[in-house]
Design a protein. Structure first.
Length: 233
């Protein structure tokens, strides 16, 4: 009984070990990975927010540039020629004298010295704000690219684990049927058959867990790229 159970266990784990040596590297498609990264750069909401911030910063730079006119203050006074004015009578003549030196439209321009001194710094600050947002966007693009790659590789890993666990489960089911047949014929003990049942149950659970992990990895990757993987060719 002990020898039969030992032989069964060794054969089973040798089979699993051989399958576990499979590699995911041949399945990596770098052109497809580039498409995933491009899709993430287009659809990921936070990156769209950075684009809006950059557009706003550009508007502020332009606004700061044309605000040079703020240092000038224009004013005017309109004094019609026919305005009635009180005249100051003189003792030597019977005529009156107009108190206003200038008549008609009078324009004036004044400069704000404080604005002249601070305006270059205002423009530079607006440009620096734009540069900061661009740097933040570039930094986020590097992080986003790395996250897409990591989740893509994880997706491939979980996909292969599903294949591995499915094959292991199918092999175990075949072995279980054989063990059951031998047990019914009296060629295998109950302990061997019971061990096969326990192992088959464990393989079924591992298969379900692998499938769940695969679906989670797929959904996490799709959350980054913004589309279903099936829609990206």
């Amino acid at each position: 009984m002990f020898k039969a159970y030992t032989l069964f266990t060794l054969l089973f784990f040798v089979s699993v070990t051989v399958k576990a040596q499979d590699s995911v590297i041949p399945e990596i498609s770098y052109p497809y990975l580039d498409k995933l990264i491009t899709s993430a750069k287009i659809h990921y909401p936070k990156l769209t927010g950075y684009n809006d911030k950059i557009n706003l910063a550009r508007i502020n730079v332009k606004r700061a540039g044309i605000s040079w006119f703020d240092i000038l203050t224009f004013s005017y006074i309109y004094q019609p020629n026919n305005t009635l004015n009180y005249a100051i009578p003189t003792t030597n003549t019977g005529t009156t004298v107009n108190r206003f030196l200038f008549n008609g439209l009078q324009l004036g321009v004044s400069l704000n010295l404080g604005s002249i001194l601070t305006k270059p710094y205002t423009i530079k600050a607006a440009q620096e704000d734009l540069n900061i947002v661009r740097d933040e966007q570039n930094e986020f693009l590097v992080t986003l690219t790395a996250d897409v790659k990591r989740r893509y590789f994880t997706y491939l890993l979980q996909k292969n684990l599903v294949k591995l666990q499915t094959q292991s489960y199918q092999d175990m089911q075949t072995l279980l049927k054989q063990t059951k047949y031998k047990f019914q014929k009296g060629e295998a003990t109950f302990d061997v058959y019971n061990a096969a049942l326990i192992t088959a149950s464990a393989r079924a659970e591992q298969k379900l867990q692998a499938e769940t992990n695969f679906l989670i990895a797929k959904s996490e990757l799709e959350a980054l790229v913004g589309l279903k993987l099936e829609d990206i060719e």
